[in-house]
Design a binder for this molecule. Structure first.
Ligand code: NAP
Ligand code: GLV
Length: 330
């Protein structure tokens, strides 16, 4: 019997075809409606491999249902939706999609920064609504980016690539990580700065950490109160790194000037979300890596990882480094 692969979103046939030559492949019927948990568990029971997305919770119930499950390939670099401990205990390899999405996500993050600082969405809506009456000295005046201070929290692959974009705008760049990066300091001219100092000194604060127990609710009301009243906060990591109520209150009280958000605590958000009621918030539907080229590369990388595991080879991008395949499994 051919190994069975279940894909939790409908993908283009042309991308799935190469897998179908070697494996039995089944896909959830929608590309924009999540697979129900009971269906996912039933599929996991039969599957040798799961191809998942960041909106699927790959928790203990899914992993333990997967009696033959050998690999979960998640279409994202972030893997906070997956129970890694159970996966390793059960000998299930977890793979993600780092590197291939770095530039694209950095581009989007920088675009979000520009859109928020220069009020691009507000301005475009203003024109479309027919509100443009005449040229006016301070019409929709925003904040300059050039020569300002950019603070990056989470100076990983995407963080460094955003920093590189910032150097093109002659920005003074601060970063905070748990580990100092002397190479990045030398190459990009960025300065390592303690978290509180970064928050206080930056004109723009961008969060690009993974979501972990340590980063959950990292941005509290107290943190927003330390920022400059003219500061703009950008989040392109995960929604739960921010206390959203605190962000809303900080924006309402004018403690910071604006926010650009690609991610939210609970996705998707609905039109009545309090943050969407504020004119100084630019909100995007978690599209950091969403270019056709990059999503295609990510899908191919997931498939490559699945094939490697099913062929008994090392996958290219393994997350749970303590993973060992279980012996005596079909
Ligand atoms: P990465 O290379 O692993 O970078 C993550 C960085 O965060 C590392 O430099 C890490 O450095 C730092 N970090 C981890 N824990 C920290 C903490 N407690 N305090 C401060 N810094 C911390 O990952 P990446 O490829 O750049 O991706 C980063 C994240 O972006 C992903 O995990 C994902 O959540 C998010 N993302 C979002 C989108 C989107 O569509 N919006 C797209 C791609 C990725 P230390 O370990 O030294 O602290
Ligand atoms: C997207 O959010 C990712 O983690 O790749």
């Amino acid at each position: 019997m051919k190994p069975y692969i279940y894909i939790t979103r409908k993908l283009p046939d042309a991308l799935v075809k190469p897998l179908q030559e070697k494996y039995t492949v089944n896909m959830w019927k929608h590309d924009d409606i999540p697979v129900p948990k009971d269906v996912l568990r039933e599929e996991a029971k039969k599957a040798d491999a799961l191809f998942t997305v960041l909106a699927d919770s790959i928790d203990k119930s899914v992993l333990t249902a997967g009696e033959n499950l050998k690999v979960v390939a998640n279409l994202a670099v972030g893997f906070d939706n997956i129970d890694l401990t159970t996966a390793s205990e059960k000998g299930i390899a977890i793979c993600n999609t780092p590197d291939v999405l770095t530039d694209t996500t950095a581009d989007l993050t920088f675009a979000l920064l520009m859109a928020t600082a220069r009020r691009i969405v507000e301005a475009a809506e203003y024109v479309k609504a027919g509100k443009w009456q005449s040229w006016s000295p301070f019409l929709l005046a925003g904040h300059d980016l050039h020569h300002k201070t950019l603070g990056i929290v989470g100076m990983g692959k995407i963080g460094e690539t955003v920093a590189k974009r910032g150097t093109g705008f002659d920005m003074n760049i601060l970063y905070y990580n748990r580990t100092r990066k002397p190479e990045a300091e030398k190459q990009l001219g960025v300065s390592y700065t303690a978290f509180d100092e970064l928050v206080e000194k930056s004109d723009f604060i961008i969060c690009l950490t993974p979501l972990t127990p340590e980063t959950k609710n990292l941005f509290t009301r107290e943190v927003f109160q330390k920022m400059k009243p003219s500061a703009i906060f950008i989040n392109a990591s995960r929604g739960a790194v921010v206390d959203e109520q605190a962000l809303y209150e900080a924006l309402k009280a004018g403690e910071i000037a604006g926010a650009g958000l690609d991610v939210f605590q609970k996705e998707p958000i609905t039109a009545d979300h309090p943050l969407l009621q504020l004119p100084n918030v630019v909100a995007l539907p978690h599209i950091g890596s969403s270019s056709t080229e990059t999503r295609t590369a990510m899908i191919k990388l997931c498939m490559e990882n699945i094939c490697s595991i099913l062929d008994g080879k090392e996958p290219k991008t393994l997350v749970n480094k303590d993973w060992r395949p279980l012996v005596n499994r079909s």
